[in-house]
Design a protein. Structure first.
Lengths: 114, 116
């Protein structure tokens, strides 16, 4: 079935460790790709998005993501995490010419230990 | 920065009761959406609304659900007869069309619906 998958359900890191969260999608055609973050008790916030052009996208709070078209992947990275990065991270895909709505991945919970 | 506002933040309702969740989208946005997130699960698309009509809906959005833009600012989701499994966080979102240069897609803070 066509879907968005995220590799890890829960990731636990120490502060200053490097982070990489995997995201894969199974749709063909042109897509827009997004990473959203949800801090405990808060709403979804956009971290970064990819529409076209440079496949390495930089977002807020030191996050970046790389779109690899051949692998249908859009992995999220941060070189050095902080305790305040503890949150749920959602990858989302919007298929062009298939409407305006998003398909979200199941989410990855990141816990950063101080 | 413009925000999508949702009220109430938390609503408790008895099974079988009707509930209306309210949202005020960003004023120059043209598309409006409802998503839901059952506790511990992923965010799921419910419905999108454009030009005063539903443009897309998922299989979750059955006859128990309806949406309305009763005036120029509010966008509501009504659940006619709530079931226990409707308990979830409901997110409203609004956006410009994707072909606009400043394409934006903004979520509200959510309404936690608890059906008892």
């Amino acid at each position: 079935a066509q879907s968005v998958s995220q590799h890890n359900h829960h990731v636990i890191l120490s502060e200053a460790a490097s982070l990489e969260l995997g995201c894969n999608y199974s749709y063909g055609g042109t897509v827009n790709l997004f990473w959203y973050v949800q801090y405990p008790g808060q709403h979804l916030q956009l971290l970064l998005k990819y529409f076209s052009g440079d496949p390495l996208v930089k977002g807020i709070k030191g996050f970046e993501a790389e779109f690899i078209k051949s692998k249908f992947s859009f992995n999220l990275r941060k070189p050095s995490v902080q305790w305040s990065d503890t949150a749920e991270y959602f990858c989302a895909v919007r298929r062009l010419n298939y409407g305006q709505n998003f398909v979200f991945g199941p989410g990855t919970r990141l816990s950063v230990l101080p | 920065e413009p925000e999508v506002t949702q009220t109430p933040s938390h609503q408790v309702t008895q099974m079988g009761q009707e509930v209306i969740l309210r949202c005020v989208p960003i004023s120059n946005h043209l598309y409006f959406y409802w998503y839901r997130q059952i506790l511990g699960q992923k965010v799921e698309f419910l419905v999108s609304f454009y030009n005063n009509e539903i443009s897309e809906k998922s299989e979750i959005f059955d006859d128990q659900f309806s949406v309305e833009r009763p005036d120029g600012s509010n966008f509501t989701l009504k659940i006619r007869s709530t079931k226990l499994e409707d308990s979830a966080m409901y997110f409203c979102a609004s956006s410009l069309p994707s072909d606009r240069i400043n394409y934006g897609y903004t979520f509200g803070s959510g309404t936690r619906l608890t059906v008892v």
